[in-house]
Design a protein around this ligand. Structure first.
Ligand code: AMP
Length: 404
C-alpha cells in the first residue's frame, strides 16, 4: 500500500505516523508508533487506526544505539511486516533558520543548509536531520519534505523579531524565531474551519504540553510568540524555566563555575515545573501532590500564562479568542479554569459546565473573549505540508509511482 510516512525524531525516541490519502485533499492516519529507549532499552511499539496493538518488541541497546538505527528499525518493520511503500516522507525539523518560511523538498544541499542551524538548536536539530540523511542515502529518489517549527512565525514584524543587540548578531541569526509553529498552524487552520466567523480575529493560542508556549495570531497569521531564539524562553515548561534574566546564566557560569554544556543540560532538563516543585515535571502529579512546592509550581505556571496573555494581547491590540491546546490545554479542566480566572480582566468568562465537558467553546455565551479547546495534531500538519509541497513542486504523479 502506498502511504506517507511522518517522522518526528528526538534524542531518545523516533516517533512515526503513517497516513493514507484516499482521495485528493484527504489524509487518514493508519499507524502511530515509536522506537523509544534508544541506546538504553530500545523498544518498537505501534498501534493501528482503532488503537489495536500492532507490535511491541524490545531490542538490545547495541542493536539500536542511535537515531539512525532506530529509523532503520522502524522503516524495516513498516516495509517488510506491514507491507507499506512510502511514496513520500515528511519530517519535523525544529529549526528552519531565518530563511525557511515554508516546508521544503529535501536534497543534499538543503540538508547541508539545515546543518548550519545545529548551533541554534543543538539538542533537537541533529536528531531531526539524522533520519533524513539515512533515507537520502538509502532511497535517494524518494521525496522527503522538511517541515519546520519556526516557519509559521517567519512573517513577524522586525520589532517582534529583533533583540536589542548589535546588527551583526542579528545578521548571523540571533533573533526571536518562535517555535511550536506546526501546532499553531494546525490549530489556526482547524479553528478557522470550526469557527469561521472568528478566523479573521485576534486570537491567542496557548500550546500547553511538556513544552509550552503561546502565540498571537491575527487573521490566521502568527504575529508574536512567547518563545524567542531557542525553545527555552517564555512560559515555564516541564523541565525548562521559560523567561530568565540572562544574568542568571552569567551567574551560573562565573559564580558556580558551570561549563556551557552543564548550563545547557540544567536549563533544558532540571528547571521548570520539575525544578520549582522538586516533585515532578508532570502536571497530573503536581495536582495530586500535597507538597507545597508542587502547588507553587502550578501557581507560577498559571501566573506566567496570565502575564503572557497580557503581553500577546498588547501585540494584537486586544483579543477576541483564547484557544487551549496540547496535553495540559486539552485535558486539564482544573488548569483551564485557573487560567481563565487570570483572563477575566481581558473580558473572558468561563462556562464551568462546558469546561468540565471539554467542549469546543468553554466560555460563557456572554463572554467578550471567547475561550476554546482545539486539540492539536502536529503530525497531520506535517503530512498535509508534505503533500502540498510535493503537489506544488509537480511531484504528485511521481509520488504515486515511486516506492521504497
Ligand atoms: P504533550 O507534550 O502535549 O503530550 O503534553 C504532555 C503533558 O500534558 C504531560 O506532561 C502532563 O503534564 C500533561 N497532561 C496530560 N494529561 C493531563 C491531564 N489529564 N491533566 C493534566 N495534565 C495532563
Amino acid at each position: 500500500m502506498d502511504v506517507i510516512l511522518v517522522v518526528n525524531a528526538g534524542s531518545s525516541s523516533v516517533k512515526f505516523r503513517i497516513f493514507k490519502s484516499d482521495a485528493p485533499g484527504t489524509l487518514r492516519q493508519l499507524i502511530s508508533g515509536q522506537v523509544d529507549g534508544i541506546g538504553v532499552r530500545p523498544r518498537l511499539k505501534a498501534s493501528g487506526a482503532d488503537d489495536q496493538k500492532l507490535v511491541d518488541r524490545s531490542y538490545d541497546a547495541t542493536d539500536v544505539p542511535d537515531v539512525e538505527t532506530a529509523m532503520r528499525t522502524a522503516g524495516a518493520w513498516l516495509r517488510r511486516e506491514q507491507n507499506l511503500h512510502f511514496v513520500a516522507v515528511g519530517h519535523r525539523v525544529v529549526h528552519g533558520g531565518p530563511h525557511y518560511d515554508r516546508p521544503v523538498l529535501v536534497n543534499e544541499r538543503v540538508v547541508a543548509d539545515l546543518e548550519r542551524y545545529v548551533s541554534l538548536a543543538p539538542l533537537h536539530q541533529p536528531n531531526n536531520l539524522a533520519p533524513i540523511r539515512v533515507l537520502l542515502e538509502r532511497f535517494p529518489d524518494m521525496p522527503q519534505v522538511a517541515c519546520f517549527d519556526t516557519a509559521f512565525h517567519r512573517g513577524h514584524s522586525e520589532v517582534a523579531e529583533r533583540y536589542a543587540v548589535p546588527d551583526a548578531l542579528y545578521a548571523e541569526g540571533v533573533r526571536r524565531y518562535g517555535f511550536h509553529g506546526l501546532s499553531y498552524e494546525y490549530v489556526a487552520e482547524r479553528f478557522g474551519e470550526l469557527m469561521p466567523e472568528r478566523a479573521g480575529g485576534r486570537t491567542i493560542v496557548a500550546h500547553l504540553g511538556s513544552g509550552a508556549s503561546m502565540c498571537a495570531i491575527a487573521n490566521g497569521r502568527s504575529v508574536e510568540s512567547s518563545m524567542g531564539f531557542t525553545a527555552l524562553d517564555g512560559l515555564p515548561m516541564g523541565t525548562r524555566p521559560g523567561q530568565l534574566d540572562p544574568g542568571v546564566v552569567l551567574y551560573l557560569l562565573s559564580e558556580k563555575g558551570m561549563s556551557a554544556g552543564a548550563v545547557q543540560d540544567f536549563l533544558y532538563k532540571e528547571c521548570g515545573l520539575k525544578g520549582l516543585s522538586g516533585v515532578s515535571n508532570d502536571v497530573r502529579e503536581l495536582l495530586d501532590s500535597a507538597e507545597p512546592r508542587a502547588a507553587l509550581a502550578l501557581d507560577y505556571f498559571v501566573y506566567r500564562i496570565g502575564l503572557y496573555a497580557g503581553y500577546l494581547a498588547a501585540s494584537l491590540g486586544g483579543v477576541d479568542s483564547f484557544v487551549f491546546t496540547a496535553g495540559i490545554g486539552e485535558k486539564s479542566v482544573v488548569l483551564r479554569s485557573r487560567i481563565a480566572e487570570k483572563l477575566a480582566w481581558l473580558g473572558a468568562e468561563l462556562d464551568r459546565d462546558a469546561n468540565g465537558r471539554g467542549d469546543l467553546r468553554i466560555s460563557h455565551p456572554d463572554s467578550r473573549v471567547g475561550m476554546f479547546v482545539v486539540p492539536t495534531n502536529e503530525e497531520l500538519m506535517i503530512a498535509k505540508q508534505t503533500v502540498a509541497t510535493l503537489t506544488a513542486g509537480g511531484y504528485a504523479g511521481a509520488a504515486v509511482k515511486r516506492t521504497a
